[in-house]
Each structure stands twice: as C-alpha cells, then as structure tokens.
Design a protein around this ligand. Structure first.
Ligand code: NAP
Length: 292
C-alpha cells in the first residue's frame, strides 16, 4: 500500500511555483496577487483562508484578505467583487464558502470575472472544463488529478466511483475522470444520497473518490482488494484530548481500508494541502495569462 502524500506533493508544487515567481521578479515582472473575501466568522472558513494567505507568502505571491461582517448584504458583497474584478493589481480572487443565508451564492459566483475566477466555479469556466478547453479547474479536483498524476496511478480504462455530487468536488471530479487524457479515460459512476446499494457499486470500483463529509463512511468491506482510495472528507469531530478540542476526520475508515487499498490519501495530509497548492497554481496561471 502506498500513501498518496498530499503534504509532500503540495510542498513540491509550492517549491516549483516559488521558482517561477523568482524568475518573474528577476525579469522585473509583477508577481501573482491572490485576494480572498471572507464573510462572517466561521472558524473552519477562517482557518482555510488563513492557510491560503500563508501559502501565498511561502511562494512569494502578494495576497489581500478582505474580511466582511456576518451581516454584510448581498449588494455590499457584489460591490466588493466588482472592485476586485476591476482592480488590475489583483490577478485572481476567491469568495470563501459558505456564505451567510442573506446572500445568494449563485449570484456571487456569477459576479466573479471568469478571468480572475481561480476557484473555477464560474459557469463559463465550469463549461470550458466540461468541454476539455483550457481553464481554471476547481482546486480540489485539480489537486486530486495532480496527486494521481505524480504517483503514476493508472486511470485509463478503470472504473472510478465518485461519492458526492457537489459543484466544488464530486461533479467536476466525475467529469474530469471521464475526460480524454491522463488522468482520465475512466468509466465513471457518480453516486449521491439517493444511490441505492452503494456497497455493490463501490465494491466494483478500481478508484474511489469520496467527497460526502460523513466520518468513516467508507468501510473495508465496501472496497475490493487493491482499490485506489481518495478521501476528500474533512469533518471536525470533538476530541477533548486535542488542544483545539476537535480532530479532523475523513470519509474513510483509514485503519481498515488502508489494509486492502493499493494507494490511499490520509486525512489530514492528503487532498487538503493539494487544494491550496492548486489554488496557487491557478493564480500563477491567471498572472501568466494577464501578462500575455
Ligand atoms: P456537500 O456539498 O456537503 O455534498 C455532499 C454530497 O454527498 C452530496 O452530493 C450528497 O448527496 C452526498 N451524500 C451525502 N450522504 C450520502 C450518502 N450516505 N451516500 C452517498 N452520498 C451521500 O459536499 P462537498 O462540499 O463536496 O464536501 C464533501 C466533504 O469534502 C466535506 O467533508 C468537506 O469538508 C470536504 N471538502 C474537502 C476539501 C479539501 O480540500 N480536502 C474541499 C472541499 C470539500 P445529495 O447531492 O443527494 O445531497
């Protein structure tokens, strides 16, 4: 069994990006600049955004954090997005999800200039992805592809089962694994909460990508020998023995599933760090495109 070490690979990618940034600086070019908008004080969201800002520093990007209160109106947020769309200093930006209930998420995603949409959530970018055109691929699916690629995991002709059909992970993942190319060329089954007999489906899978957010959902008896397991789940579970009072748990019963799997991502240290690395990669791409 091989651990798909997202922590290590993400550090490799960050080192590669840092080299590119140094080259930009040496040529007197502007370095990539990522902005993040966060609305409200959700603990997990603040942690994610904090890690993104730290990652920018690590690779030599400029970063801007826009913090807005929990009572921010939709109009105020849309105004802020317009400002970032029009600011030539900003190459790419993200709006951290989830948003408070008074704000329509779809309206917000549509307001982001697709050329700066480094999360790849705008329908124009999502459509390009589905059509195999060059675009920003959403960071989590992009990170999973990169991990499979760097470990040389064969996907061609394999049966990939994706659990969860969210717009940010499951659905794009199902499209990307089925597209022509590597990683891709898989036969894909997309499952969700209405899927019947899920064990029957997962037990036929060569590759399982689990993104549902239910701790220890995927058990050893649900997979076949030598399956490749990618665990996207991140759930905070109370744990008084930890200084923060919680621990992070994935969707996969790692202790038992890892005994049967050929490759497996740990949680933490698997898909999570890859997501941040690929957000940086998309921002670098945005900068390069703006240069052209
Ligand atoms: P989400 O929007 O919460 O949706 C969950 C999906 O799982 C839905 O499609 C749902 O089906 C499906 N589902 C729920 N219970 C199920 C069951 N018993 N059997 C089969 N499918 C079931 O998902 P998300 O935003 O993609 O997040 C999923 C997990 O990944 C969360 O733990 C999240 O924190 C984590 N995540 C991690 C990263 C990372 O960087 N590692 C990034 C994003 C998300 P329906 O559509 O029918 O409701």
């Amino acid at each position: 069994m091989t651990i798909l070490d997202g922590k290590k690979v993400s550090n490799d990618i960050k080192d590669e990006i840092a080299v590119e940034v140094k080259k930009m600086k040496a040529k007197g070019e502007k370095v990539p600049h990522l902005a993040a908008i966060i609305v409200g004080n959700d603990g997990a969201s603040l942690t994610y955004v904090g890690s993104k800002v730290k990652a920018c520093e690590r690779v030599g990007f400029e970063s801007t954090l826009v913090q807005m209160s929990n009572t921010t109106s939709e109009v105020e947020l849309l105004d802020k997005i317009k400002e970032l769309n029009e600011n030539p200093e900003i190459d790419g930006f993200i709006v951290q999800l989830p948003l408070p209930p008074q704000i329509n998420e779809q309206k917000v995603l549509l307001a982001v200039n697709p050329d700066k949409d480094v999360d790849g959530f705008h329908p124009a970018n999502f459509g390009k992805m589905a059509l195999d055109m060059s675009t920003f691929i959403p960071a989590t699916p992009f990170g999973i592809l990169e991990l499979l690629d760097r470990y040389g995991v064969e996907t061609k002709g394999k049966h990939t089962v994706v659990i969860g059909r969210s717009h940010i992970v499951g659905r794009p993942m199902s499209i990307l694994m089925g597209r022509k190319g590597f990683p891709g060329n898989s036969t894909v089954t997309l499952t969700h909460s209405h899927t019947k007999n899920i064990t029957q489906i997962t037990s036929q899978a060569d590759i399982i990508i689990s993104a549902l957010g239910v701790p220890n959902f995927l058990k050893a008896e649900m997979i076949k020998d030598d399956a490749v397991i990618v665990d996207v789940g991140i759930t905070r579970v109370t744990d008084e023995t930890k200084p923060r009072g919680y621990k992070i748990v994935g969707d996969v019963d790692f202790a038992n599933v890892s005994k049967k799997a050929s490759y497996i991502t740990p949680v933490p240290g698997g898909v999570g760090p890859m997501t941040i690395a690929m957000l940086l990669k998309n921002t670098l791409l945005a900068r390069e495109r703006h240069n052209q």
